[in-house]
Design a protein around this ligand. Structure first.
Ligand SMILES: C[S@@+](CC[C@H](N)C(=O)[O-])C[C@H]1O[C@@H](n2cnc3c(N)ncnc32)[C@H](O)[C@@H]1O
Length: 278
């Protein structure tokens, strides 16, 4: 219990220091980068009717999703445990002119201070694999949805090449810290690089530094969503194309990497998007 509490505290410190997606000179630029790097997520969001819907986003980060959805006329409540991320989400809503549609709150996904049966749609994109009690947070989402309401949750998926690479690199990073006798050696050098150039986003910082990082198989996710109906899980984005952001010398083979991503999407997808109804 104590350990979970301190991991979560470290987690909010991490996200305050590294808001998801990095820092950009304008919010519009940040939104465009997000839509370029996460195309399959936006394809899914575009399948829903948002107008006049009451939406909650659990772990909204800097608000790329909520500020996108509010432009379609949804009333959206965004929560996150990182105050710094929420500040940026607010700046974004003001810059995009959607502040009247967006409410933001610092809160913990595991213990949501909202009344039950209140939301048409609850979203959580790339968040619940970073919290200790993932299944408990999904139960909270169920509680908050109106009967017939829709959950859209993105979680990392285990058992694909990107997850194996991630686990290996995290182990390597711990080994470097052990040998050098210093904490976070790789993380700090990446952070320095990130300050010079934010175009690679925060994926690598997350990989090396985030205190809680988990992934689930489709079967495990299905179990966590057992109380929902109409559960649909799709695997997305193996993420080979993202390598270009991190290793720019791969640019000449960009279209090849894109083709590999498309070809292996459902087999090797690093993300799983779970769409389910209460
Ligand atoms: C990878 S980022 C994703 C942010 C956003 N959904 C996006 O797609 O850009 C993970 C976010 O989850 C938040 N988070 C992690 N655990 C949380 C928890 N228990 N309660 C609330 N927010 C949490 C972090 O602060 C961080 O902003």
């Amino acid at each position: 219990m104590e350990q979970t509490h301190s991991l979560k505290k470290d987690g909010s410190k991490f996200w305050d220091a590294n808001p998801c997606g990095g820092s950009w000179s304008t919010y519009q630029e940040f939104m465009e980068w997000y839509q370029r790097t996460e195309p399959s997520l936006y394809k899914i969001l575009d399948n829903y009717e948002w107008h006049d819907k009451k939406v909650l986003e659990v772990g909204c980060g800097q608000g790329s999703t909520l500020n996108y959805i509010s432009s379609f006329g949804a009333f959206i409540y965004g929560l996150d445990m990182s105050l710094q991320s929420l500040r940026q989400a607010r700046v974004g809503a003001a810059e995009l002119g959607s502040a009247s549609m967006v409410s933001l709150l610092q809160a913990d996904a595991e213990n949501l201070p909202f009344s039950s049966n209140a939301y048409d749609i609850v979203l959580s994109i790339g968040v619940l694999h970073h919290t200790a009690d993932t299944a408990g947070s999904i139960s909270q989402i169920y509680r908050l949805l109106k009967p017939g309401g829709q959950a859209v949750v993105m979680l990392y998926r285990s058992g694909n090449p990107k997850w194996w690479m991630t686990s290996l690199l995290r182990a390597f990073s711990r080994l470097v810290d052990f040998i050098s006798g210093k904490p976070n050696v790789l993380l700090e050098s990446l952070r320095a690089r990130q300050q010079r150039d934010s175009s690679s986003g925060t994926a690598l910082l997350e990989l090396f530094g985030v205190p809680i990082l988990k992934a689930f198989s489709n079967r495990e996710s299905r179990k966590m969503f057992a109380s929902f109906t109409e559960v649909r899980i799709t695997n997305q984005l193996p993420g080979f194309l993202r390598l270009v952001d991190i290793l720019p010398w791969l640019k000449p083979i960009r279209s090849f990497l894109n083709r590999v991503d498309q070809f292996t999407e459902h087999m090797w997808g690093f993300y799983q998007v779970i769409e389910a109804r209460k």
